[in-house]
Design a protein around this ligand. Sequence first.
Ligand SMILES: C[S@@+](CC[C@H](N)C(=O)[O-])C[C@H]1O[C@@H](n2cnc3c(N)ncnc32)[C@H](O)[C@@H]1O
Length: 261
Amino acid sequence: MTENSIQEYDDDLIALLETLWGEGFMSPGGTAEVDRYLAGVSLAGRSVLDIGCGLGGVDIHLVRQHGARSVVGIDVEPGLIQRCERLAQKYDVAALIRFVCVEPGPLPFDDASFETVTSKDSIIHIPDKKALAADVYRVLEPGGWFAASDWLAGYDGEPSPEMRAYLEAEGLDFGLASASAYLQAMEAAGFTEIEIVDRNDWYRKQARHEREQLGGALYQGLASRVGTEFLGHEIDVWDKMIIALDQGQLRPTHLRCRKPG
Ligand SMILES: C[S@@+](CC[C@H](N)C(=O)[O-])C[C@H]1O[C@@H](n2cnc3c(N)ncnc32)[C@H](O)[C@@H]1O
């Protein structure tokens, strides 16, 4: 790692997220959400690109449970890439998955390099949805699917004061966009068979359960790992996030579209 390496997700935050969402996951729902947004898209024997691989839990699931032939997981944080590599070794799938640390910006792959592109809750960090959609289209083979989940904005203009308070408390480098902005980006890129499935209702309930756990069953164990100050801050983040979810300002969403064959 160099002085200029990106590190938004530090050890304490990762410990908290994995405790809530499962080994290798930095986003809600774990493998069940991956299965849901991939339902009907066969990865068996296919090559897959995963944008924003985080801790690698998604990628390991794609080869072990979905039969992907090969997976390339990319992320901008070198520390996360190292964790991914260790996890892939632990599950004996390192030969099938290549993790690559990339610079933010265009995908560093040739045209038509992958049969499927996926991403779980990472495109929120990439502000230019049009450029990303065009680039995903470029690296996909004709007939290939893009299937993902992401956190979308329930607004096109300014966020509500409560949403703004949540974003400030979260403190991560988010570049949210609305479902209509994603739709326009996918259409402009040339994708067809576009499906956008809102998951706000599911996550509103799930986030309440997570908040209860953070303040209850998980509190002592997490406090001893990450400290009461950090845990108190994260509980505040969850309280603010639940308000943003209830207002419909924050909308976890599944996205799917296909490059014509
Ligand atoms: C919320 S985490 C999700 C990680 C993983 N997909 C999961 O579900 O556990 C978002 C990830 O996107 C990564 N990320 C941020 N900007 C990125 C970019 N421009 N390209 C690729 N990954 C990026 C972050 O480093 C982080 O690992």
